[in-house]
Write a protein that binds this ligand. Structure first.
Ligand SMILES: Cc1cc2nc3c(=O)[nH]c(=O)nc-3n(C[C@H](O)[C@H](O)[C@H](O)COP(=O)(O)O)c2cc1C
Length: 195
C-alpha cells in the first residue's frame, strides 16, 4: 500500500500542520505492514506556478517533475496533506501542486453529461491548521475548496483533522493540537474527523 505525504507550511519546526501530518503518517506506518511513504515538502521543494510554458513543456525538467507529482498522486492509496489556512485559503505552494494534479484525462474528464472524476478509490486526510476558528464560517475558502477539488477528481473519502484557534493564545494552540492528536484517523477507522 502507498501513502503520499504532502506538507506546505512555511513555519518549519513551529508548524502545527507539519507536527500533525507527521503524527498521522507515523500512525499509519505502525498499522500497515510494508506501507510505502512518498513525501513532498512544498516549502523546501515547491512545484513551479503553472505558466504557458508549463503547458507547452518548454522546460523538460519542469515537465518531468510535474509528471512525477501527478504519478505520485495517482499511485497513492492514502494521501495525507498538511493544509494550513493562509489568507483564508491554502498556501500558494499547495495550490501550485493542485494545478499539476488537476490534469484532464488523468484525474478528471469532461463528458457530454458533465465532468467525471478519474482518481477515485483513495482516502484523503487533510490536516487543517488555522489561526482563527472557521468551522461553518462563510470566510472559509480552504476546506470547501479542498473538498470540491478532491470530489472533482472522484474522491469523496476525505477527512479533516482540525487544529483551530492556534493564534488565540498559547493555551488555545496547545489544546487544539492535543485535541487533534486525540482524534487522529487510523487505518481501522474510516471516518474520524469528517466535517
Ligand atoms: C502567511 C500566513 C497567512 C495566514 N492567514 C491566516 C488566515 O487567513 N486565517 C487564519 O485563521 N489564520 C491565518 N494564518 C495563521 C495560520 O493559519 C496558523 O498559524 C496555522 O497554525 C498555520 O499552520 P502551520 O502552523 O502548519 O503553518 C496565517 C499564517 C500565515 C503564516
Amino acid at each position: 500500500m502507498k501513502l503520499l505525504h504532502i506538507d506546505a507550511s512555511v513555519l518549519g519546526d513551529n508548524s502545527v500542520s507539519r507536527h500533525l501530518t507527521a503524527a498521522v503518517v507515523a500512525q499509519f506506518k505502525q498499522q500497515i505492514d510494508g506501507l510505502q511513504v512518498d513525501y513532498r515538502d512544498l516549502d523546501a521543494n515547491p512545484v513551479p506556478h503553472l505558466r504557458s510554458g508549463s503547458l507547452a513543456k518548454t522546460d523538460p525538467a519542469e515537465a518531468a517533475d510535474a509528471e512525477q507529482v501527478l504519478e505520485q498522486f495517482l499511485a497513492a492509496d492514502i494521501v495525507v496533506i498538511g493544509a494550513p489556512m493562509y489568507n483564508f485559503s491554502v498556501p500558494s505552494t499547495l495550490k501550485a501542486w493542485i494545478d499539476r494534479v488537476a490534469v484532464a484525462g488523468r484525474t478528471f474528464k469532461y463528458t457530454e453529461n458533465g465532468p467525471v472524476g478519474l482518481a477515485g478509490g483513495k482516502r484523503v486526510i487533510v490536516v487543517s491548521s488555522r489561526g482563527g476558528i472557521y468551522t461553518d464560517s462563510p470566510a472559509d475558502f480552504q476546506e470547501p475548496f479542498l473538498r470540491q477539488t478532491f470530489a472533482f477528481w472522484g474522491i469523496n473519502d476525505i477527512e479533516f483533522v482540525r487544529a483551530e484557534g492556534i493564534a488565540y493564545s498559547p493555551q488555545h494552540r496547545e489544546d487544539a493540537i492535543a485535541g487533534a492528536l486525540a482524534a487522529l484517523p487510523s487505518h481501522e477507522t474510516a471516518e474520524v474527523a469528517a466535517a
